[in-house]
Ligand binder design. Structure first.
Ligand SMILES: N[C@@H](CCC(=O)N[C@@H](CS)C(=O)NCC(=O)O)C(=O)O
Length: 314
């Protein structure tokens, strides 16, 4: 039987076990300590890293990308009739996921707010690219359960470790690494409900994962707040869901996100202050606009500067 040499919380291993499980290929797992690698492992692993997949013919394969391709070549594709172009696109989307495995690990291991927010922002950008793709796909068709269709594909397998881990983090700490990304959240939910994830990790995965990432780290010690995680991460991506409650901030309040209850405090901006959003305390500074200001507000807002630069409002 195929054997996967593993370290319990390694995302690269999880991608391989997910590929095997999705194809119903039986495999056994041997766990090793990475702090104290056994000699037999060093003898068969040129890069000294997991995963290593030992084939039925006893060949030790290494590097997860190569292992994934081997599984595809040896046991067939998850999907039928994929064109070469489509396969290239699928690999590209998969690569976009796998190259963020270590970024997610280091985000979760961050020790202070600044480091966490910085790393989180980078990770969030990767998720935001997927959000855009999923939104475009949803507009073009009816929307799928998984990345490409209602069936699991290699792209889902590549992103599975990231989405699984984001779920555990949210459950344990409240920090949502997928905040403001409703399509990615739905994708995550569908993968969680698919039953595949449980087959990719050991029974004590959550415990081991939490011991390493969710204790003595910034994310574990600090409750989430819009200002230090969601808002910072949302950046340009700020969406309706984000721009609400206590998350509403100056540069968040823009585009179609501008809402009545958003237009307050320091959030009041020119292009925000419009329609039914116009409020007394909103009409100030450069926000004073003709179509914004009611007669009363105009009078209060610009009483003494008839030639001010505030435009026809004043
Ligand atoms: N490029 C490798 C990366 C695998 C990797 O980083 N594995 C980590 C565990 S998640 C590892 O074995 N680290 C031990 C080391 O580098 O000494 C792959 O895709 O297989």
């Amino acid at each position: 039987m195929i054997k996967v040499v593993s370290f319990k919380i390694c995302p690269f291993v999880q991608r391989v076990t997910a590929a095997l499980a999705a194809k119903n290929i039986a495999f056994e797992v041997e766990y090793i300590s990475l702090k104290d690698k056994p000699q037999w492992f060093l003898d068969i692993s040129p890069n000294g890293q997991v995963p290593v997949l030992i084939t039925e013919a006893d060949t030790a394969l290494f590097e997860s990308d190569a292992i994934i391709e081997y599984i595809e070549d040896e046991y067939g594709s998850l999907e039928l009739d994929v064109t070469n172009e489509q396969r290239a696109l699928d690999r590209a989307w998969s690569y976009l996921g796998t190259k963020h495995y270590l970024a997610q690990c280091s985000t979760m291991r961050s020790q202070d707010e600044q480091t966490f927010v910085e790393r989180c922002g980078k990770l969030h950008k990767a998720f935001a690219k997927v959000e855009k793709q999923l939104s475009a796909q949803a507009k073009a068709s009816k929307g799928n359960k998984f990345f490409k269709s209602d069936s699991i594909s290699n792209v889902d397998i590549a992103w599975l470790p990231l989405l699984h881990r984001a779920h555990i983090v949210k459950q344990a700490t409240g920090h949502d690494l997928l905040c403001c990304l409703p399509k990615v959240q739905q994708w995550q939910q569908n993968l969680l409900e698919s039953g595949l994830i449980e087959q990719t990790v050991a029974d004590d995965f959550v415990e081991k994962f939490s011991d390493f990432y969710l204790s003595n780290t910034y994310i574990a010690e600090n409750a989430p707040s819009c200002s230090d995680s969601c808002y910072e991460m949302c950046g340009e991506m700020c969406s309706e869901e984000c721009c609400s409650d206590d998350c509403c901030k100056d540069d968040c309040c823009k585009d179609d996100c501008c809402k009545d209850d958003c237009c307050k405090d320091d959030c009041c901006k020119d292009d925000c202050c419009k329609d039914d959003c116009c409020k007394d305390d909103c009409c100030k500074d450069d926000c004073c606009k003709d179509d914004c200001c009611s007669e009363q507000v105009k009078a209060d807002c610009c009483p003494t500067t008839p030639t001010s630069t505030k435009g026809s409002c004043c």
